[in-house]
Design a protein around this ligand. Structure first.
Ligand code: SF4
Length: 279
């Protein structure tokens, strides 16, 4: 197990572990297990799993050469045996990060939109999604229900998602802003900036393969440009090192049914970009 992963696992459990370099592998892991068990009752379930995984590894591990005091020198079988623990640690760490982030958003008062919101609208969907859709801000229905893209625009977005062969539950949907601007006015630059960190952290946790910027406002703000939607759609952009494609906003399509063909073009282009990533 890499040192960084090991430390991440322990950090996730809120445990500081100091390990002298002269300790053997067995002593190191045992010390960690004992230390973990004694420091927290809340994570006893995790520790049982950790101990269960570590015990046979200790029995079978061969440590050789100059690295005999270093856990990174575990043999391949030992690393394989530890893989479930590592995976569990990652899931556990991500889960804690999501909870912390959602709580931060719900308490946020970084811009004046906190004064008028009914509630924050964090985001919804698969936290391991390949596709992430980002709109501009909650509207009236979203503000009331606490979920992005509900109501008629949400239903049309669901159809758009189905058009690329997915269900709403398979993607992750969020907005740039987590609070509704009064009367659905456009987000102001200061509000976008104040809320940006939350979106960045969501993207970092999900690590989507492709992002769809839904609508002109989201596209212009995410790409930091004033170019019109017509210029932005049909091209592959990038956000947080992730390919980004611009699509029409479903609310706009509801007002301009003749534009639905363009929406289909957008989705076909997005699908082609996604497929190029897979190949
Ligand atoms: S819009 Fe974002 S930055 Fe402003 S109060 Fe809501 S969560 Fe905080």
């Amino acid at each position: 197990m890499k040192e960084s992963v090991r430390l991440q696992y322990l950090a996730a459990m809120g445990i500081d572990v100091w390990v002298p370099r002269h300790q053997s592998v067995r002593e190191q892991v045992s010390a960690e297990v004992v230390g973990c068990a004694s420091q927290t009752e809340a994570y006893q379930g995790d520790m049982v799993e950790f101990q269960t995984a570590v015990t046979p590894i200790l029995a079978s591990t061969e440590v050789a050469g100059d690295h005999k005091h270093d856990l990174t020198s575990l043999t391949a079988p030992a690393r394989d045996a530890l893989a479930p623990v590592t995976q569990h640690a990652k899931v556990y760490t991500d889960d804690q990060a999501w909870k912390g982030l959602q709580q931060q958003v719900s308490l946020c008062r970084a811009c004046s939109l906190c004064e008028t919101r009914t509630q924050t609208v964090f985001g919804v969907g698969n936290k391991h999604a390949s596709w992430m859709l980002i709109g501009e801000a909650p509207g009236r229905d979203e503000d009331l229900q606490g979920e992005p893209f509900v109501g008629r625009a949400g239903q049309l977005l669901n159809e758009m998602i189905r058009a690329i062969g997915l269900q709403r539950e398979q993607v992750y949907i969020a907005n740039m802003l987590k609070c509704r601007p009064p009367n659905n006015r456009d987000p102001q630059a200061g509000e976008v900036e104040a809320c940006h960190e939350f979106l960045t952290r969501q993207i970092g946790l999900i690590q989507p393969k492709i992002i769809l910027a839904v609508g002109r406002i989201a596209a212009q703000n995410l790409l930091n440009t004033t170019q019109p939607l017509a210029k932005l759609r049909g091209h592959q952009h990038s956000l947080e090192n992730t390919p980004l494609v611009v699509v029409h906003h479903p609310a706009y399509l509801l007002r301009s049914l003749s534009e639905k063909a363009k929406a289909w073009e957008d989705l076909q282009f997005a699908w082609s970009v996604y497929q190029s990533l897979e190949s």
